[in-house]
Design a protein around this ligand. Structure first.
Ligand code: ATR
Length: 290
C-alpha cells in the first residue's frame, strides 16, 4: 500500500474496535480496485461522539462506519439521514456531503444482498423472525420494505415482541408482523418458512445453545439465515440442515454491509467476483477452512 498526499482516509468508529473485520474488507477492496484509500479503526468513547464526528469532518475523513455502541447515538450529529436508517433508528455508515455527514444503514441492504447471492427470496415469503432486539427490529423493517407476506416475530419476552410489532406495523401501516412468545412456536401455522435467527443464542463460546430445541419446529423451515457467523455453522443452522432446509450464516451480511458502504463512498459498483475474493480474505482472517 502506498500512502501519499492524495490518499483518502475512511474508518470505523466504535468501542471496542480491536476485533473488527472492516479493515480487512475495505483495505482489500481498495487494493483490488487500485484505489488510493486507507481504512483504519478509531476508538471513540461514548461521551465524545459529537467531537469525533465533527473532528472527522474537519479532517476530511471521506467516510466512516459506525459500530456498537454508537449506531444510534451518532444520529443527532448528522446533517442528513437516509429513510431506512431513520426507520431502523441505527446508522452504520456516514457519507461526506457538502456540510456534514449523511447517515445510512447498510446492514439491512447487506443482508438482502447476501440472501440474493444464495438465491433466497423475501418477497411474498412467510417469515419466522426470532428475537426482538435491535437486530431483529431492523430485520422486521427489511421484511416490510421487501414485501414479505407475513412475519411471525417470536421472542422470549412477549412484551418486547409486542412492542416491536406495534412499532414496525405502525411505521409501515400494515399489520404483517404477528408477535408470539418463543414457547408458542408449536402454534405456528403449518407451512414452509424463511426463518431469520436474530437473537444472540448460539454465539461463541455457547456453540451448543439453540433458541428453539424441539425438532418438530425445524420441519417448517425451508430456508434459514442466522445473523451469527461465529461459529461458522451454528447449532440452529445444523438443525435446519438436518431437517432438509438450507441455512446460511451472517458472514456475507457483514461482507455486503461493507461493500455497500464502500460503494456509497466511492460511487462504484463492486462486482460479484470481487465480493467473492473479499469473502475469501475474511475467512482467512477468521481461520475458517471449509
Ligand atoms: P441485538 O442488538 O444484537 O439484537 P439485543 O437487543 O440485546 O441484541 O437482543 C438480544 C435478543 O436475543 C433478544 O431478542 C433476546 O430476547 P429477550 O428480549 O427476551 O431478552 C434474545 N435472547 C438473548 N438470550 C436469550 C436466550 N437465552 N433465550 C432466548 N432469547 C434470548
Amino acid at each position: 500500500m502506498k500512502i501519499n498526499g492524495k490518499t483518502r482516509t475512511c474508518g470505523l468508529m466504535g468501542n471496542p474496535v480491536e476485533h473488527t473485520l472492516s479493515p480487512v474488507i475495505h483495505n482489500h477492496l481498495a487494493e483490488r480496485e487500485n484505489r488510493n484509500l486507507v481504512y483504519v479503526p478509531f476508538l471513540v468513547e461514548q461521551d465524545r461522539i459529537r467531537e469525533a464526528v465533527e473532528g472527522a469532518y474537519a479532517l476530511h475523513i471521506h467516510g466512516l462506519n459506525v459500530t456498537v455502541p454508537h449506531k444510534s447515538a451518532v444520529i443527532p450529529y448528522l446533517k442528513e439521514i437516509d429513510k431506512l436508517a431513520e426507520n431502523i433508528g441505527a446508522v452504520n455508515t456516514l457519507v461526506k456531503t457538502e456540510n456534514g455527514y449523511k447517515g445510512y444503514n447498510t446492514d439491512m441492504p447487506g443482508l438482502l444482498r447476501a440472501m440474493e447471492t444464495e438465491n433466497y427470496a423475501m418477497r411474498g415469503e412467510s417469515v419466522i423472525l426470532l428475537g426482538a432486539g435491535g437486530a431483529a427490529r431492523a430485520v422486521a423493517m427489511l421484511c416490510m420494505e421487501q414485501g414479505a407476506k407475513e412475519i411471525y416475530l417470536l421472542n422470549r419476552s412477549m412484551e418486547k415482541a409486542m412492542a416491536v410489532a406495534k412499532e414496525v406495523n405502525g411505521i409501515y401501516k400494515e399489520n404483517k408482523i404477528i408477535p408470539m412468545a418463543l414457547s408458542d412456536h408449536g402454534k405456528l401455522p403449518d407451512k414452509k418458512y424463511l426463518a431469520i435467527q436474530a437473537t444472540s443464542v448460539g454465539l461463541y463460546p455457547h456453540v451448543e445453545d439453540v433458541v428453539i430445541s424441539e425438532e418438530e419446529f425445524y420441519d417448517k423451515i425451508e430456508t434459514a439465515v442466522d445473523l451469527i457467523y461465529n461459529p461458522y455453522e451454528t447449532k440452529f443452522m445444523s438443525m435446519v440442515k438436518a431437517h432438509g432446509g438450507r441455512a446460511m450464516n451472517g458472514l456475507k451480511m457483514l461482507l455486503f454491509q461493507g461493500i455497500i458502504a464502500y460503494e456509497l463512498w466511492n460511487d462504484v459498483t463492486v462486482s460479484e467476483e470481487t465480493a467473492e475474493e473479499i469473502l475469501k480474505k475474511m475467512k482467512e482472517e477468521l481461520n475458517i477452512h471449509e
